[in-house]
Write a protein that binds this ligand. Structure first.
Ligand code: SF4
Ligand SMILES: [Zn+2]
Ligand SMILES: [Zn+2]
Length: 321
């Protein structure tokens, strides 16, 4: 097959758009989608200047998504003194998995010469995920502990590093799955929160004083295309799955979306665009009667923002040690 835009051989076919693209045109199309998303989500504020640059902290896990995001943001802003990129890597303490992906992060940050911080559950909390899985005092899935610890460290370090924005490498498949899960759980309040936390254009979000705003500029690019981009660019990405991965419900939704996409190409795109529009509408509707915000306070033990007396992380850590 030939590329639709030139005479080179095509390296990919996107059933949802009908496009066949050669390597160069495929790369260009990924880059365009990410830049368009950065623009549409208003990620660069109008008052950013070289003297007062924005610090963008990228959650860099070493998987293909965060590695591709980091590379693309670097290429986009390399010559732009208004944006400073920092990579933030979290080491959960998972034998045979995280060590290699941390190496991938270090290699990339070295190649690009960007600031890079590695923080670990072991140093910060005195626990490693491998032991947490063994102990399991709350009888929960591994990811339920891990998610609480990760969110806590991302928040803390985003703050410490002076982040204006926290970026993560969620791709189209991830976000379409999350959208479906929120729909199917009937959790409209969660949909509204999603808009204000990471999905809406920055200028349209309700101010979240307690939290650094998040963004997901890779969310228009399907997972397979992210993987192909990483491969073509020969990026240092670590591909294996975490051995404790336990998100059974998400895996079910993922399979459902694969099947739907196969028979109805474009399903992921339409789910996400419909979801984003709805999220904007419900966020508007929920804002104003914002009881959630009024209940926020500081954890008595660690001082992080929480709705309880002691935050979830501190309770989990108490149960663990
Ligand atoms: S899959 Fe679960 S346990 Fe593994 S790193 Fe991710 S959140 Fe943690
Ligand atoms: Zn071409
Ligand atoms: Zn706490």
């Amino acid at each position: 097959m030939e590329c639709n835009r030139c005479e080179e051989p095509s390296v990919m076919h996107a059933a949802y758009s009908g496009a066949h693209l050669c390597e160069a045109h495929f790369r260009e199309s990924v880059e365009k989608r990410v830049r368009r998303r950065v623009r549409r989500d208003d990620l660069v504020p109008h008052d950013a200047t070289p003297e007062n640059p924005q610090t963008w902290v990228i959650g860099l896990s070493g998987g293909k998504d965060s590695v591709v995001l980091t590379q693309l943001l670097y290429d986009t802003f390399e010559e732009d003194p208004r944006i400073e990129l920092v990579g933030l890597t979290i080491h959960e303490g998972i034998e045979g998995y995280r060590d290699k992906s941390v190496d991938a992060c270090i290699e990339l940050a070295d190649d690009l010469d960007i600031r890079h911080e590695v923080v670990s559950y072991a140093e910060e909390f005195g626990v490693e995920m491998d032991d947490v899985v063994e102990d399991d005092p709350e009888n929960m899935a591994a990811c339920a502990y891990c998610g609480v610890f990760r969110r806590d460290l991302l928040e803390e370090y985003a703050e410490k590093l002076g982040a204006d924005l926290m970026l993560t490498g969620h791709n189209l498949d991830d976000e379409a799955q999350t959208a479906m899960m929120n729909f199917l759980e009937g959790d409209v309040a969660q949909i509204a929160k999603h808009f204000d936390a990471s999905l809406g254009p920055i200028s349209e979000r309700e101010d979240q004083d307690a939290f650094v705003p998040r963004a997901k500029p890779l969310r228009d690019v399907p997972e397979k295309e992210v993987a192909l981009y990483a491969h073509l660019e020969d990026l240092p990405a670590h591909i294996t799955e975490c051995p404790h991965s336990s998100e059974a419900y998400r895996a079910e939704i993922q399979q459902l979306l694969y099947d739907l996409e196969e028979n109805h190409p474009g399903t992921r795109h339409s789910i996400l665009s419909g979801y984003e529009e709805l999220a904007g509408i419900v966020a508007n509707r929920y804002n104003g009667d914002d009881e959630e915000g009024a209940d926020l306070r500081e954890c008595v033990e660690c001082g992080s923002t929480t709705t309880r007396e002691r935050c979830r992380k501190c309770s989990l850590l108490d149960a663990l040690v």
